[in-house]
Design a protein around this ligand. Structure first.
Ligand code: PMP
Ligand code: GLN
Length: 377
C-alpha cells in the first residue's frame, strides 16, 4: 500500500500504556485521570439516555451547550462567541484540531508549530497536503524564540499552532508571548490554531492566556478545548472549537462530512453540568495539590525539575541518574521499576533531552507509591 503517513507508527501513549499493563506498572504515562468523575455528571448522562436523547444531535452541537460554553468563555476571557455561528462541539480536541487543519491548509501550505509538540498536529498537516514546519523550543525552559518564528514565516505559511498550557512541558505562555504571536499573525495574515485543552489547569501565580483575550488573535484563531480534561472524562471524547464566523463557516464544512455531529446524550449531560461553574474554578487548586504532593516526595531525589505551571504533566530530568536514551530509560523504568512515563524525545527532533513526562492526574496513593520508587533510584 502507498502509505500517506509512511513515518507514523503506533503512538507512544498506546505503547507505554500497553507496556504498563503488561508489567503491572503504575501508569503515569498516558494523560488521563485514574480517579472517577463527579457522580452528578454520571447521573446526568444516565438521565439523558433514559430521557431518549439517543438520536443525532444538531450538526454543530446542542444549542444549550453552545450557550453554556459561550457564557463560560465570556466569564473567563471577556470574549464574545455567538452560539449560533461561532461554536462547534466536536468529538474531542483531536477532531477539532484535525478539522481546523483540513479546513484551511491547501497542498504545499506551511504550518508552523513548536516542538516538543503534541503528536496529532504533524500527521493532520500532512494529510491535508501541507508542510509541517516545526520550530524547537528552548529545551531548558521551553520558551519560544519569536524572532526565529518571524524568520521562519514564508509566503507559503498559512498557520501557526500553539498549545498553552503546554503538553508535555507544563509551561504556560505569557502575555508577552501572546502579543508577539498576535503581531506575527496579524502582520502576515496568518491563522492561529490555539490548543487550549488544559485552559483550566494552571498553578501558582500563572494565568492562562487564551487567544480569545487578544482582539487581533481572536479574529484569526480557531480555539480548541476539551471537556475530557476539565471534567475528568477523557473517554467521553467531547471537545469544542470556537472561532470567528468566517473561520467557523469553513470549519463546519469539514465537520459536517467528517462526523456530522457528536454524541448526543453526552452533550445533554454537559449542557446541564456547565450551568454550575464551580468545577472548572476548582480545577487548578485540585491539580496543584497533586503536583505538590508528587514533587514534595521527589525533593531529595536524583531528578531535577521545575514545577509545572499548568497542565497535568510534570517533566523530570534524569541526567544525574543515567545517560541512557529517554525511550529506553522509560521502558526500563516501566519493566524493572513498575513506573510508566512518556519519553519526550518522541515529540521533537532533539533526541537527547534526558527528560521524562509524568502525568499526575492520578490517585494520591499512586502518586505516593510512584514517587517513593523514583526517589530510591
Ligand atoms: N491537545 C493536547 C495538548 C492534549 O494533551 C490532548 C489530549 N491529551 C489533546 C489535544 C486531545 O484531546 P481530546 O482527548 O479531547 O481529543
Ligand atoms: N493527550 C494524552 C497525553 O498527552 C493522550 C491522548 C492519547 O492517548 N492520544 O497523554
Amino acid at each position: 500500500i502507498n502509505s500517506k503517513l509512511p513515518h507514523v507508527s503506533t503512538t507512544i501513549f498506546t505503547v507505554m500504556s500497553d507496556l504498563a499493563r503488561e508489567h503491572g506498572a503504575i501508569n503515569l504515562s498516558q494523560g488521563f485521570p485514574s480517579f472517577s468523575t463527579d457522580d452528578h455528571l454520571k447521573s446526568l448522562i444516565k438521565n439523558a439516555i433514559t430521557n431518549d436523547h439517543n438520536q443525532y444531535a444538531p450538526m454543530q452541537g446542542l444549542l444549550s451547550i453552545r450557550v453554556s460554553l459561550s457564557n463560560l468563555i465570556h466569564n473567563c476571557y471577556g470574549a464574545i462567541y455567538r452560539p449560533d455561528d461561532e461554536i462547534c462541539i466536536t468529538a474531542g480536541a483531536t477532531q477539532a484540531i484535525f478539522t481546523a487543519i483540513q479546513a484551511i491548509v491547501h497542498p504545499g501550505d506551511e504550518v508552523i508549530y513548536f516542538t516538543p509538540a503534541y503528536d496529532c498536529y504533524e500527521p493532520a498537516i500532512q494529510l491535508a497536503g501541507g508542510i509541517p514546519v516545526p520550530i524547537s523550543m528552548d529545551v531548558q525552559n521551553f520558551a519560544i524564540d519569536w524572532d526565529l518564528v518571524k524568520q521562519t514565516i514564508s509566503n507559503k505559511t498559512v498557520a501557526i499552532i500553539i498549545n498553552t498550557p503546554h503538553n508535555p512541558s507544563g509551561t504556560v505562555m505569557s502575555k508577552e508571548d501572546m502579543l508577539c504571536l498576535q503581531k506575527l499573525v496579524v502582520d502576515h495574515g496568518l491563522i492561529c490554531i490555539s490548543d487550549e485543552v488544559y485552559e483550566h489547569i494552571v498553578f501558582d501565580d500563572n494565568k492562562h492566556m487564551s487567544a480569545a483575550s487578544f482582539e487581533g488573535l481572536k479574529e484569526r484563531s480557531f480555539i480548541i478545548g476539551s471537556f475530557g480534561k476539565t471534567y475528568h472524562i477523557t473517554g467521553w471524547k467531547t471537545g469544542y472549537c470556537v472561532a470567528s464566523k468566517v473561520l467557523m463557516k469553513e470549519f463546519l464544512k469539514v465537520h459536517q462530512y467528517l462526523v456530522f455531529c457528536v454524541n448526543h446524550p453526552i452533550q445533554v449531560a454537559l449542557a446541564e453540568y456547565l450551568k454550575t461553574p464551580k468545577h472548572y474554578l476548582e480545577l487548578g487548586a485540585f491539580y496543584q495539590r497533586k503536583r505538590d504532593l508528587f514533587l514534595s516526595l521527589l525533593k531529595d531525589s536524583m531528578f531535577k525539575f521545575s514545577p509545572a505551571q499548568g497542565s497535568y504533566f510534570q517533566l523530570l530530568d534524569y541526567s544525574s541518574i543515567t545517560n541512557e536514551h529517554d525511550v529506553s530509560f522509560a521502558k526500563r523504568l516501566t519493566i524493572e521499576n513498575k513506573i510508566a512515563s512518556i519519553p519526550i524525545s518522541v515529540f521533537m527532533s532533539n533526541d537527547n533531552t534526558k527528560k521524562l513526562r509524568f502525568c499526575f492526574a492520578k490517585k494520591d496513593d499512586e502518586l505516593i507509591q510512584a514517587a517513593n520508587i523514583l526517589k530510591a533510584l
